[in-house]
Write a protein that binds this ligand. Structure first.
Ligand SMILES: Cc1cc2nc3c(=O)[nH]c(=O)nc-3n(C[C@H](O)[C@H](O)[C@H](O)COP(=O)(O)OP(=O)(O)OC[C@H]3O[C@@H](n4cnc5c(N)ncnc54)[C@H](O)[C@@H]3O)c2cc1C
Length: 484
C-alpha cells in the first residue's frame, strides 16, 4: 500500500491528530541530537485505543514506528523514517505513599512540582531539567547529578505498563508468563561482559534482572525498541530537610580526581566536574589559573562530611553554600554545562556529539582523562569536559575545524574500544541511538548480543519498534547528520 493511502487510513480510523504536512514533519525530524530524519507520519494519540489501531496498521503494512517524549535525547533515538508517536497526552499522575503512578507523557517538571507539594521527589535528575518526559527518561534509563547517591531510573522503578507491538496492554512484572520468559533469557547472560560501572544506558540491562520480579527493567533503557510505554510506578523519596553545596576550584585535574575519591567515602549526594572552558562561561568570575571545578553536595550527615571536606582537600578555591537560593543558583550553572560548553566553540569548529557520554569505573578516571587527551593529540581536536565524575561518567564535547565524517567515525571507534577495554560503558545515561548502536555488540560480546536479539524478537518479531536502535545491522553514526 502506498504511504498516501496509509495516511488516509490512519486519519479515518483514529480519533486523534494525524499529521503529514511539511511543517510538522520538519518539527518531528529533529531532537536534541546532531541528527535529522524525516518521518512520513506523526500520530498524537489520545488513548491506548489510538495506539492499538496505529500498531495494527504498522503491523499490516510493515511501517516502522518510534515513540517520542520531549525529544531532549542527545543521540537521535527518537528519530525515524516511518511513524512518530508523540506521547505527550499520556499525562495521568497519582501520588501514593512511597510511589507515584505516572503517564509516559508527563514532564519531569510537572512531576517534580506535584511531588514537591507532598514533600517528596523522584531522584533521577537529568540536567535537561523539567523538559524531558517520564517515558523518555525510562526509555533512556536517565540519571543525573544525584544518581551518585540515589541511582538511575532502573534503580527507582517498581512497575511498567506498556503496549506490545501486537497491541497487548501488559504490566510487568505482574504478567507472570512474560516476566518468566524475560527472566529465562536474562539468566543466561555472560556477566563479566557487562561493564563494571555504577550507571549504564547501553544495550538491554539484563544484568539488573535477578528474578521475574525485576522483568520490567528490560524496558528501562530500551529506547522505544520493545514497546510503547504507557505508564509506570516510580519509587519516590522524602525531600531531605537540609543540603549543603561546596564548589571547589583546582589548578590540577589530578587533584580533583583524588578529592573526588575521598568524598565518595563520606555519603556525598553528588560529585560533579566542570572544566575550565565551560566554567569560564558561567555568569560568575573565577580565577584564571583554575583548571576545573568540583561540585560536592551533602544532604545527610552534613556536619561530619563538611568537616571532612574542609580538612581534606587539595583545592585552591573553596566556596560553601547553605541557602536554598545559592544552592539552586550554582546547580543551574552546573546543569547548563552543555549550553556553556557549546558557547565556547566557534561555529565552524562544532563537531557532532557522538562520543559524549562514556562511563568508567572510578578507579580508571585518570585513564579516561588520558584517553580524551590522546584523542585531542591524534585527531587535533579540543575537548571540553564536564559531568558526573563521582560515577566515572564524563561528557565530552569535541571541537575541531571541519572534521570529516570519516574521522568522526574513527574517533568513535578508537574511543569506544578503549572505554570497553577498561571495563566502561559507551553510554552512562544518554543511550545508544544512532550514535552508538553499532558498538553494542562490541560492548557486550557475541553471546550477550544474541540474548539481546532474543529479547527483541520476543517482544517485536517484525522489527517495527524503533528499528536499528540498540540492535543494529548498519552503521548509523555519521549517516543523517544534520547540516554536516
Ligand atoms: C541539556 C541536556 C542535558 C541532559 N542531561 C542529562 C543528564 O544529566 N542525564 C541523563 O540521563 N540524560 C540527560 N539528557 C538526555 C535526555 O534529556 C534524557 O535522557 C531524557 O530522559 C529524554 O527524555 P525525552 O522525553 O526528551 O525523550 P525523547 O528524546 O523524546 O526520547 C528518548 C528515547 O525514549 C523513547 N521514548 C520516549 N517516550 C517513550 C514511550 N512512551 N515509550 C517508549 N519509548 C519512548 C524514544 O523512542 C527514544 O528512544 C540531557 C539532554 C539535554 C538536551
Amino acid at each position: 500500500m502506498k504511504i498516501s493511502q496509509v495516511r488516509k487510513l490512519l486519519k479515518n480510523k483514529l480519533a486523534c491528530d494525524v499529521f503529514w504536512d511539511s511543517q510538522t514533519i520538519q518539527y518531528y525530524s529533529v531532537d536534541s541530537s546532531s541528527y535529522q530524519i524525516l518521518p512520513k507520519i506523526v500520530v498524537i494519540p489520545n488513548s491506548t485505543a489510538d495506539i492499538e489501531e496505529t500498531l495494527r496498521i504498522c503491523r499490516k503494512y510493515k511501517i516502522p514506528i518510534v515513540p517520542r517524549g520531549a525529544a531532549s535525547g542527545l543521540v537521535g533515538s527518537a528519530l525515524g523514517s516511518g511513524i512518530i508517536l508523540d506521547m505527550k497526552k499520556f499525562d495521568s499522575l497519582k501520588i501514593s505513599k512511597d510511589f507515584v503512578t505516572v503517564g509516559a507523557g508527563v514532564t519531569k517538571g510537572r512531576l517534580d512540582a506535584e511531588l514537591k507539594k507532598a514533600g517528596m521527589f523522584f531522584p533521577p535528575d537529568p540536567s535537561v531539567g523539567p523538559y524531558c518526559s517520564i517515558g523518555g527518561m525510562i526509555a533512556n534509563n536517565a540519571s543525573g547529578s544525584h544518581s551518585l547517591k540515589y541511582g538511575s531510573v532502573i534503580d527507582n522503578i517498581k512497575e511498567i505498563s506498556f503496549l506490545t507491538v501486537k497491541g497487548d496492554l501488559v504490566k510487568l512484572p505482574k504478567d507472570k508468563k512474560l516476566a518468566k520468559r524475560i527472566f529465562q533469557i536474562a539468566k543466561q547472560i555472560q556477566k563479566n561482559k557487562f561493564p563494571n560501572v555504577s550507571k549504564n544506558s547501553s544495550g538491554y540491562r539484563l544484568d539488573k534482572i535477578q528474578s521475574p520480579a525485576d522483568s520490567h527493567k528490560v524496558l528501562v533503557g530500551s529506547e522505544g525498541t520493545l514497546g510503547v510505554l504507557i505508564s509506570a510506578k516510580l519509587a519516590i523519596k522524602k525531600i531531605p530537610d537540609k543540603k549543603k553545596l561546596f564548589v571547589l576550584g583546582y589548578t590540577h585535574t589530578k587533584d580533583a580526581i583524588f578529592d573526588c575519591r575521598q568524598y565518595l567515602r563520606v555519603d556525598s549526594s553528588a560529585i560533579e566536574f566542570v572544566d575550565k572552558s565551560t566554567a569560564s562561561k558561567f555568569p560568575h568570575r573565577l580565577a584564571k589559573d583554575l583548571s576545573c571545578l568540583l561540585f560536592i553536595e551533602f544532604d545527610s550527615k552534613i556536619n561530619k562530611s563538611s568537616k571532612f571536606l574542609k580538612k581534606n582537600n587539595h583545592a585552591k578555591l573553596v566556596l560553601e553554600f547553605d541557602s536554598k537560593e545559592d544552592i539552586a543558583k550554582w546547580w543551574r550553572y552546573r546543569d547548563s554545562a552543555l549550553f556553556y560548553s557549546i558557547k565556547t566553540v566557534k561555529k565552524d569548529y562544532k563537531v557532532p556529539h557522538v562520543i559524549e557520554d562514556a562511563v568508567v569505573p572510578v578507579d580508571k578516571l585518570e585513564t579516561l582523562f588520558f584517553i580524551i587527551q590522546t584523542i585531542d593529540k591524534i585527531f587535533k581536536t579540543k575537548s571540553i569536559v564536564y559531568g558526573h565524575i563521582g560515577n566515572g561518567n564524563l561528557h565530552v564535547r569535541l571541537a575541531a575545524k571541519n572534521l570529516k565524517k570519516g574521522l568522526i567515525k574513527k574517533i568513535a571507534r578508537d574511543y569506544f574500544s578503549q572505554i570497553i577495554s577498561h571495563g566502561g560503558s559507551i553510554s552512562g545515561e544518554h543511550g545508544d541511538g544512532l550514535a552508538r548502536s553499532e558498538f553494542v555488540k562490541q560492548q557486550y560480546g557475541e553471546k550477550n548480543y544474541q540474548l539481546f536479539k532474543r529479547v527483541k524478537s520476543t517482544l517485536d518479531s517484525q522489527n517495527l519498534m524503533n528499528p536499528s536502535k540498540i540492535i543494529s545491522t548498519k552503521s548509523t553514526i555519521t549517516a543523517n547528520l544534520k547540516n554536516y
